[in-house]
Structures are given as structure tokens and as C-alpha cells.
Design a binder for this molecule. Structure first.
Ligand code: F6R
Length: 619
């Protein structure tokens, strides 16, 4: 939600900010803006609409200085208009701010400023007013922007990464972080800050993530990080393990399509080097990237909660199947935003697995931290290295999918599925339910998944033709059982989020308890029907919806499609997976492609669907 970038120390700072905003636009794209600081004036250009509107405005009204900050917005308080776009400036024009998050007590803070004139309806603007007031209170010859920001931030409630510039400190950018991501960097005499490394990767791969409660003064001669008391502290430094090319479209018309096609490689990267020979001897064992939990502690786990949102939640549903199957531990999969607002029974024998592509989803982070407060160990299954969730968890399994830019998650999902299988095998091994050799054998079989996904990608022309046939249907229902059910949910989510078609998913067995009433002539039912334990039941459910007028598109496997062809209008044949629990990794791919083609046929903006943002850092 909202992307922030700041640059100081380069004559072409404005170009760098605009380029950075291009990489951050996935975080929010209803308006964008930029402010420069030359020590005499703060000059602001901001526009409602996509970043392109700002770029056009900057062509007509060029800005040039070596210090500036920029923002791309996903509106929370105040509609997406020019005046609500960030940056916001205090009435005297001396302090400007951009913000990601929500200031919950902004009304009380505004009231305190009496009849001050506010130029926007946002929660953010008040912080510029307050910092300007703090600067006024400081001695004229010793104005300190960092101290002023610290004083104001101490009074804020909510979640924020805030980034300020002020006329009193022409070369400085001052930032504050609490529950919203913020990265700082310094390279070749230039200081940087951004919401995400993607915005900085063109300049440096050496970055530092601020922790909650940290502040930074960013200047051409270096970055100073302090805590709430102003004491110097070390942020979390790391090196980004991917390059600029990974964050570009590389000839594909959309990031989503590029990322769909990257899946064989991404899955291979997730599976790579997962066996280790323990130092105290014995055969090879599965391991996680970082495990700060004693394996004996994991042996005493009697319950698992998987916390996630959206697509990651659907991966968690497969995680449940894998952990219950291999490790024999009961698993609940929880919508992260619900978890901490009820009274979940969590204790030190509960393992919490938090799944998130970004590692910055506020609900997932909050659920995980609630669990840690109850002294439950937390493992994060995360894509973004160095993200908040990865840092705060006791153990981390990285999906190594590389940057995912399209709002609709694809390669992050399939690599999360692989991560879930690895976790199931790992827990099975730790608890002695699986011999290390069995885990090794299954892992060896999983090595064929990237090749099988490649075969599915080669069905693209057939899938595009199906999209052509069905892109105007009134209603789409996805049904599945067992491993097919999470993919039914994911297929419906993909279709609705980028094509805006009405799509829902149900367990196929639940149909006759209500949802089948929705089926009529003109409906499309997408049925996940691989060969295996529930195939016969799926065939019955397909017949039921077909008898009521729905067209049926069945996603089968080599062992099931001969029979499916007798019952469905269209059948896609996928390779048999190397293990039934790996089936979802294959069966989601045609649904990703189907959604992609439907959305492009309908003329929708695939990479930036309406009302959405990639990283959800507000509740
Ligand atoms: C859908 C999608 C979202 C995310 C959800 C969680 O395509 O991308 O549903 O899965 O917002 O995000 P992460 O995984 O970053 O926690």
C-alpha cells in the first residue's frame, strides 16, 4: 500500500525518483507525486491517476534538484484526487511528507492545531504541520529535522513509514518506521530510502531495513540510524540477491505473464539445495534457510496454525494437507486478519506458520507476533528476503521466487506450494514420522515438477482459445475436492481480481447444500478433477452442474481425462504430478493463464487491477 522513495545527493534525483516510482507502482496506483528541496523552495508536482499522469505533468513542469521524495498512493483517507495525492506540505511551505500506512489519531492531532488550514482530507498532512511546528520551537541556529520528526512520531498511533524533507535541512531526508517497510541505502555519495528494494536495485544491492521504532537521517555523506531516544543503532543490513533484469518485463507484455512463465525456474530455485548432511553424522536431512528453533521443540508440537491472506492463504490450505499427511499434526488454516481478534488457543506447543510473499502484510505480521507473545514458535514462509516477517520469525523458509511485480500473485504462489510441501516433509522428519531417506526420496521426485510445469505452460494456445470462448460468461464457479479445493479458491481469486468477472469457489461436495442454486444456462463451472482418490466424486458433481445448464471446463490429468471427456464441455489434460500433493502446483498454472487471457480479452489492466495493491500494509 503506497510506495515511497527518497534520493539525496544526485543532480538527477528527480529522474531517479520517477524510475523508482515506476518499480513501486504495484504498491498503489491511484495517484503519485514528488517534491524537491533546493533549500529555497519545496516544489511539489502531484497528480491523481496512474504514474503516467505525473510523468506528463513533470514534462510540462520539469523539476530539478539533488534532493527529493516521491510517492505512489493507494488511497485510505480521502479520495484519489490531486489534492489528496502525496506529498503534503505544511501551510508555511517548509516541510513536506510522504507516508505509507495509517495515522489512526490524526483527527485528535488536527484538532490540536486549532484553525490551521488543511489542504487535503488525508491522515498524513497533519504530520507535516506538526514537524513544522516542532522546527519552529527549536533554536533558529540549531534546527534539527531528525529531532523534530522524533518528537512528532512519538505522538503518532497507527502504522507508518514516513519520509520528510524540510527547507531547514536542504540535503537531508528523514524517515521513521513503524509497522510499514522502509529500506535505506548509501552508495557513491548518494543517500536513498524506499518502501522496497525494487526501487533501489538500479543503484545498489547493499541495503538496510529499518526496524520498528528506528529513524534515519539520509544525506549525501551517509545514513545515520537512531532509535526513539536518538541513540545510534544498527539497522538490519543485507545484500539483495537478484538484479535489475529480474524487476523488468523482459519482452513480455505484462509482468503477470512473465512471472507465470518464470515458474519452472522459480520452483527449481525453491527446491534447490534443500538437503544437508548433519555435522554429527547420519544421512542427508531437509533443512530450512534459517531455523532458530530447537528441533526437539518442534518434536513436541501438538498443533499447527497456518496464517496468511489471499493467495498465500490458499497455499496454506495445501500446507495443511501436507503437514497432516506427513507429520500427523492437526493444522488449522486461518485468515490472518481474523486470527488475533478471536481467542485462539496458542501455547508453546503450537507451531505457527506465517505465509507471505511480501513478508509485509500487516495482518499476517500481527498474527505472527500475537503467537510469539504466547511463546509459540513461528516459522515464516516468505519470498522477500529481509522482510519484516522473515526477521521476526523464529525460522524462515524462503521461496526464492525473485521479485514478483504483478499484483496478481503467480510464481510466489507455486513456490509457496513447494515451500508447504517442504515444511510438511521437514516436520514429518523432525517428528520421526518420516525417515530422512523417505523425505529424500519424495524430494527427489519433486525435482520433476519444474519440467511438468513447463509442459503445462505449453498448453497456452489451448488455454487462450478457452478464454476466447468463455470471456463473456455471466458467472463462473470453481469446484474441487482435496488438493483441488485450494486451487478452486485460487482460480476464482485470480479470475475475479484481474478480469472483474464474478467468480466463486466451493468444495464440490458442498454444491448441493446451496451454491448449486446459482447455476443456470450461461454459467461456467471450472472443475479440478485430477486422477486420484476423489475423482469419482468429482465426476458426479460435474454431472450435477451440467444437468442444470452450466458449461463445464474440467482440469484433468493424464489418468482422468479420458473419462472427463464424456462429461465436460472442455477438458485440459495436465501431466500426472510426481506426488498427489504436488498436483496443485501443476493445476493452478492453466487457471493463471486462463485468467490472464480473459482479462486481456476484456481489455483490463492485468498488472494493476482496480482497487488493489500488491502489498497490504494497512488493516
Ligand atoms: C492475489 C494476491 C493477494 C496476496 C495477499 C497476501 O493475487 O496477491 O491475495 O496473496 O495480499 O500478500 P502476501 O503474500 O504478500 O502476504
Amino acid at each position: 500500500m503506497c510506495g515511497i522513495i527518497g534520493i539525496t545527493g544526485r543532480p538527477d534525483a528527480v529522474d531517479g525518483i520517477v524510475a523508482g516510482l515506476t518499480r513501486l507502482e504495484y504498491r498503489g496506483y491511484d495517484s503519485a507525486g514528488i517534491v524537491t528541496n533546493d533549500g529555497r523552495d519545496l516544489r511539489v508536482v502531484k497528480r491523481a491517476g496512474k504514474l503516467q499522469q505525473l510523468v506528463k505533468a513533470l514534462e510540462a513542469q520539469p523539476l530539478a534538484t539533488s534532493t527529493g521524495i516521491g510517492h505512489t498512493r493507494w488511497a485510505t483517507h480521502g479520495e484519489p484526487t490531486d489534492r489528496n495525492a502525496h506529498p503534503h506540505v505544511d501551510p508555511s511551505g517548509r516541510v513536506a511528507v510522504v507516508h505509507n500506512g495509517i495515522i489512526e489519531n490524526y483527527q485528535a492531532l488536527k484538532a490540536e492545531l486549532g484553525d490551521a488550514r488543511f489542504a487535503s482530507e488525508t491522515d498524513t498532512e497533519v504530520t507535516a504541520h506538526l514537524v513544522a511546528r516542532e522546527l519552529d520551537r527549536q533554536p533558529e541556529d540549531a534546527r534539527d529535522l531528525l529531532a523534530a520528526v522524533r518528537a512528532v512520531v512519538a505522538r503518532l498511533q497507527g502504522a507508518y513509514s514516513l519520509c520528510f524533507v524540510a527547507l531547514d535541512a536542504p540535503d537531508e531526508i528523514v524517515v521513521a518506521k513503524h509497522e510499514a517497510p522502509l529500506i535505506v541505502a548509501h552508495a557513491d555519495g548518494v543517500g536513498y530510502c524506499a518502501s522496497d528494494v525494487a526501487a533501489l536495485i538500479a543503484h545498489t544491492r547493499e541495503v538496510a531495513a529499518l526496524l520498528d521504532g528506528q529513524f534515519a537521517r539520509i544525506a549525501p555523506d551517509g545514513v545515520e540510524v537512531v532509535d526513539v531516544h536518538g541513540e545510534p543503532v544498527e539497522p538490519h543490513r543485507y545484500e539483495v540477491d537478484w538484479d535489475l533484469a529480474a524487476a523488468e518485463k523482459q519482452g513480455f507484455p505484462h509482468f503477470m505473464l512473465k512471472e507465470i512463465h518464470e515458474q519452472p525456474q522459480a520452483i527449481a530455485d525453491t527446491l534447490r539445495d534443500r538437503l544437508t548432511v548433519p555435522p554429527n553424522g547420519g544421512g542427508p536431512r531437509l533443512y530450512l534457510d534459517e531455523l532458530r528453533i530447537d528441533e526437539h521443540e518442534l518434536g513436541s508440537i501438538d498443533k499447527v496454525f497456518i496464517l496468511a491472506c489471499g493467495t498465500s492463504l490458499h497455499a496454506g490450505m495445501v500446507g495443511k494437507l501436507a503437514i497432516e499427511h506427513w507429520a500427523g499434526i492437526p493444522v488449522d488454516v486461518e485468515v490472518a486478519s481474523e486470527f488475533r481478534y478471536r481467542d485462539p488457543i496458542v501455547d508453546p506447543h503450537t507451531l505457527v506458520i506465517a505465509i507471505s510473499q511480501s513478508g509485509e502484510t500487516i495482518d499476517t505480521i500481527a498474527g505472527a507476533s500475537y503467537a510469539r507473545d504466547q511463546r509459540a514458535p513461528v516459522i515464516a514462509l516468505v519470498n522477500v528476503v529481509g522482510s519484516t516477517l522473515a526477521r521476526e520469525a523464529d525460522g524462515v523458509l524462503y521461496t526464492h521466487a525473485g521479485p514478483e511485480v504483478a499484483v496478481a500473485s503467480t510464481k510466489a504462489f507455486t513456490t509457496q506450494l513447494i515451500g508447504c510441501l517442504l515444511l510438511g516433509l521437514f516436520l514429518g522428519q523432525v517428528r520421526g514420522r518420516l525417515f530422512a531417506s523417505e523425505a529424500e526420496d519424495i524430494l527427489a521426485r519433486l525435482q520433476s515438477v519444474p519440467e511438468a510445469v513447463q509442459q503445462v505452460l505449453e498448453l497456452d494456445a489451448q488455454i487462450a482459445a478457452l478464454a476466447e470462448r468463455y470471456h463473456d460468461v455471466d458467472y463462473t464457479m470453481f469446484i474441487g475436492r482435496h488438493t483441488g479445493l485450494p486451487i478452486a479458491y485460487e482460480g476464482a481469486l485470480k479470475l475475479k481480481e484481474i478480469s472483474y468477472l464474478h467468480a466463486e469457489a466451493f468444495p464440490a461436495g458442498e454444491m448441493k447444500h446451496g451454491p448449486i442454486a446459482l447455476i443456470e444456462q450461461g454459467s461456467l463451472v471450472v472443475a479440478l478433477a485430477p486422477a486420484g482418490r476423489v475423482f469419482g466424486k468429482m465426476v458426479s458433481n460435474i454431472q450435477e452442474v451440467r444437468a442444470r445448464g452450466a458449461a463445464v471446463l474440467a482440469i484433468g490429468t493424464e489418468g482422468s481425462t479420458a473419462e472427463l471427456k464424456a462429461h465436460a464441455d472442455d477438458v485440459l489434460t495436465l501431466p500426472e504430478p510426481p506426488h498427489e500433493l504436488a498436483g496443485p502446483v501443476l493445476s493452478v498454472v492453466p487457471l493463471q493463464l486462463f485468467s490472464y487471457h480473459v482479462a486481456t480479452l476484456r481489455g483490463e489492466d492485468v498488472d494493476q487491477p482496480r482497487n488493489l495493491a500488491k502489498t497490504v500494509t494497512v488493516e
